[in-house]
Design a protein around this ligand. Structure first.
Ligand code: MGD
Ligand code: MGD
Ligand code: MO
Length: 810
């Protein structure tokens, strides 16, 4: 088994490191994005698409989940948004001829960069067991294969249905209905690897697993703490909001082991100030914290506030604490007990600095904490985020203007997907409503999250896998275990826009279903359909693609799922037979409806349903496929907050979903209060001679989609297999700058024995990061993250704290 994905496509000998940039965006960002856009789409399509990004009645940017400003620029320009659009709207194509030319062995030898560069998938493909090449299959044929595989399962829990976060509300809602109709809650999603820790901590403490601020709150905040996030690369539009806050007088504190360019200074390409005068200084204070030191930081601030309150008074919001919170006394005691010595050791910051930050927080009239993966992907992420909430509660910083929690989501609709039911642990309330709407009984038993799904695969318990977008093979931890697990599955199905590693490392049989992306026109039932999405701040709006789709033979995600529902549940509406894309398809489906292979004893014969033969959702699947507004009506009937859904997304309007803490300071927790919690201090201890590695994104990638080989702001160009290490550590550990080393992760397994995993050939780059800490790019380093190394409570892989040693190469 290969130790790593091959790198033949990127010539790593060309990698260079120049100085780290101190400023983000500016004119180079615009030029770089336009170059990629022109390469992929040509000038005409670039203009057509880039002018429509995030405009009213345009399409929602597939880049990130940061909300749109209400008054939009002609083209709200964002380099990485433009790159995400170019990647999808590319004119390159991957059709049957491509698969005829390239064998599986050949495709497997390529990396995700090369695979992604080949272009958009244009027709359904099937890989038969033992075959060397994918071959074309009709839509009807492909869907039938899937229905048959599902019918052949002994237990619906042998099937796993993954979702990535670009799927629209409409498609996601249909998908979870399909899955629950089949009789399982096995709905792992990218969120399990992303903001699950935020959801866990926030649901427990404030009663909702989402942020509590709006974009206006960000503009109005007195103090913004941006921790564990690299917005210059991953949420570039957030920089405009920070700039605005700054001009309104806000103070910004950046908390990060790395001096990320976007946090330091921002050149707004939309303003003369940005382009001509060197931009705006963003962070007033940069705390170069040790990896995993954030719980200690927020405890230190809490401790300081409590000490000053005791001494001088006037710091805490006593009325808020008394009326809206519980657990204050226990938290106060815990903060009295924790020692400054430990807080200093964990953060790597002197007590004087911690106290100075405490003073800034004390002086702030309204504080927001923003965070992303730097806070969610550690073993103690959930307690860390509970301590963020504790600190905010002390001054009543939840549920008033300019204050609150702001987990900054990744994928553009990852929050919406959760809202409409993509969750392996659905609430009884949601399931009851679903049952009532579709006249069936959804399963109650919780399903697998991402890591549990991989364990089940590893142990031979998964026979069917479907991915609604995403790249399960490359995005998940412990690559070798995942690859072996996936290969044991009978049938794997990927609904995708572009080729990736999950199409080449597959089950015994594999199907690719190509689908429309955000930018593509989606015409069904004779009219152009729109979909809807929810941004990171709980605002819902519509999205409509305008570009000609890459092929006439593509189905939308909604259509794919609706047809599968019709096939496996049987059509219960007025049109009994799903309509295929051609006469041939229709005949094939009709044939299948009549002459089905016999099901299990007693199974209803007019349906391929598994598990619950007489218990399947009832709906007119064809009507839903032809008119997405009908799906929105179902969503509205099942999920609170979507009243008048259709009207409220008309004409490019946006509406907010209900948010108890933000709207009315109501907290749907066990005791109806915002909860102070006691969380014993945790932080990573780094064994002697080892480094703690964080795995993160370069500037030229979107998760596992690699746009290019540069990381401009960090001054790295021409390659990706680099490990950023403090210069002193390089020396003390006996290595040299530019040396090529192996990274070996060490993990104590369940049997107490040390397990090792290896990623080969990384170039050492001296970089500004705290002693003992290192950084390297994902997905190349996923091979190092042990499957069982997950965050407590949330189960998120600990991608930001992997103990490694560097090894000289012979
Ligand atoms: N262009 C582009 N945009 C994207 C994505 C992309 O890949 N490319 N991905 C999208 C997705 S799905 C997501 S989730 C987001 C991810 O957005 P980010 O969370 O910004 O992404 P990462 O690259 O993982 O960066 C983590 C940041 O946290 C810091 N960090 C790491 N560990 C710690 C720690 O222990 N403490 C603190 N304080 N800081 C730490 C790192 O130095 C880095 O700056 O971006 C979304 N947007
Ligand atoms: N080591 C390490 N691992 C990580 C992380 C980390 O920081 N470090 N981050 C984690 C995080 S935060 C996340 S969110 C996950 C990301 O995990 P995923 O969401 O699974 O991965 P992506 O790379 O975003 O998926 C890209 C693929 O999605 C498909 N796609 C794109 N747009 C569409 C669409 O509109 N519809 C459909 N059906 N398919 C589409 C394309 O085929 C593309 O190849 O990775 C996680 N893994
Ligand atoms: Mo994410």
């Amino acid at each position: 088994m290969a130790k790593r994905a091959p790198t033949a496509d990127i010539d790593e000998s060309k990698v260079r490191h120049s100085s780290t940039k101190k400023v983000a965006v500016g004119v180079p960002a615009v030029l770089h994005a336009l170059q990629i856009a022109n390469d992929q789409m040509g000038v005409k399509r670039s203009v057509e698409s880039l002018l429509r990004v995030n405009q009213k009645d345009g399409f929602d940017c597939p880049g990130c989940a940061w909300p749109e400003e209400d008054k939009r620029h002609i083209a709200e320009f964002c380099e990485n948004g433009a790159k995400a659009v170019a990647e999808e709207a590319t004119l390159r194509r991957v059709g049957a001829d491509f698969f005829a030319q390239h064998s599986m062995a050949e495709l497997e030898a390529h990396d995700d960069w090369w695979l992604g560069q080949q272009g958009r998938l244009t027709q359904p493909m099937l890989l038969e067991a033992g075959d060397t090449h994918y071959r074309p299959i009709t839509w009807a044929g492909a869907l039938l294969e899937i229905a048959r595989a599902l019918r052949g399962l002994d237990d619906p829990d042998e099937a796993v249905f993954y979702t990535s976060g670009r799927t629209s509300n409409e498609a996601a809602f249909m998908y979870q209905l399909l899955v629950r109709g089949l009789g399982t809650n096995n709905l792992p999603d990218c969120s399990n690897m992303c903001h699950e820790s935020s959801g866990s901590a926030l649901t427990e403490t404030i009663g909702i697993g989402k942020g509590t601020v709006s974009i206006e709150d960000v503009h109005e905040a007195d103090l913004l703490i941006v921790a564990g996030q690299n917005p210059g690369t991953n949420h570039p539009r957030m920089l405009s909001a920070l700039e605005k806050a700054k001009r309104n007088g806000a103070t910004i504190i950046a908390v990060n082991p790395l001096p990320e360019a976007g946090l330091m200074r921002f050149e707004n390409p939309q303003t003369v100030r940005g382009v001509a005068f060197g931009g705006t200084k963003l962070a007033d204070e940069f705390l170069q914290i040790r990896l995993g030191g954030d719980q200690a930081l927020f405890q230190a601030i809490g401790k300081h506030l409590l000490e000053i309150e005791e001494r001088d008074g006037g710091v805490l919001d006593h009325a808020f604490i008394a009326e809206h919170t519980s657990g204050f006394d226990a938290y106060t005691q815990a903060m009295a007990d924790v020692s400054w010595r430990e807080l200093v050791a964990a953060t790597g910051l002197p007590e004087s600095v911690l106290r100075r930050v405490g003073e800034t927080v004390r002086d702030s009239k309204s504080t927001i904490v923003c965070w992303a993966m730097g806070l969610t992907q550690h073993k103690h992420s959930v307690p860390t985020l509970r301590d963020v909430v504790n600190m905010l509660l002390l001054q009543g910083n939840i549920g008033r203007p300019g204050a609150g929690v702001c987990p900054v989501r990744g994928h553009s609709n990852v929050q919406g997907d959760r809202t409409v039911g993509i969750y392996e642990k659905p609430s009884a309330k949601f399931l009851d409503a679903l049952d009532a709407e579709f006249a069936f009984a959804a399963p109650r038993e919780h399903g697998y999250d991402t890591v549990e799904a991989i364990r089940a695969m590893r142990d031979g318990g998964v026979r069917f896998f479907m991915g609604m977008g995403g790249n399960f093979i490359s995005a998940t931890p412990d690559t070798e275990v995942v690859e072996a697990g996936m290969r044991s599955v009978d049938l794997t199905v990927q609904v995708s826009t572009k080729l990736n590693r999950s199409h080449v490392v597959t089950g015994k049989r594999a199907i690719i279903l190509p689908t429309l992306g955000r930018t593509d026109r989606d015409k069904r039932g004779g009219k152009e359909q729109r979909v809807s999405v929810e941004d990171s701040m709980g605002a819902v709006h519509s999205s409509r693609g305008r570009l000609a789709p890459p092929s006439e033979d593509l189905l939308s995600e909604v259509a794919i799922v609706a047809r599968l529902c019709a096939l496996v549940f049987g059509a219960s509406g007025p049109r009994p037979v799903p309509v295929g894309t051609g006469v041939h398809d229709r005949a094939e489906i009709e044939h299948s409806q009549v002459e089905r292979a016999p099901g299990r004893e007693g199974q209803r014969t007019d349906s391929a349903a598994v598990g619950h033969p007489l218990n399947v959702p009832q709906a007119d699947w064809t009507a839903l496929e032809d008119d997405y507004a009908l799906i929105r009506t179902h969503i509205q009937n099942v999920i609170p907050g979507f009243e008048d859904y259709e009207q409220r997304i008309d004409k490019g309007r946006t509406f907010f979903l209900p948010n108890g803490p933000r709207d009315a300071r109501t907290f749907a927790t066990v005791d109806g209060k915002a909860r102070f919690t006691v969380n014993p201090l945790e932080y990573p201890r780094i064994p002697k001679g080892r480094l703690l590695l964080q795995t993160l994104r370069s500037h030229d990638q979107y998760n596992t989609t690699i746009y290019g080989k540069d990381d401009r702001y960090r001054g790295i160009s021409g390659g990706r297999r680099v490990v950023l290490v403090n210069a002193k550590d390089i020396q003390v550990l006996g290595f040299a700058e530019d040396e090529i080393v192996d990274l070996v992760s060490e993990w104590i397994g369940p049997d107490g024995a040390v397990q090792e995993r290896r990623a080969e050939e990384f170039r050492i780059v001296a970089y500004s990061t705290p002693r003992g800490n290192a950084a390297a790019y994902y997905p190349e380093t996923n091979v190092l993250v042990p499957l069982d190394s997950v965050a407590d409570v949330s189960g998120t892989p600990t991608s930001k704290s992997v103990v490694v040693r560097l090894e000289h190469r012979a």
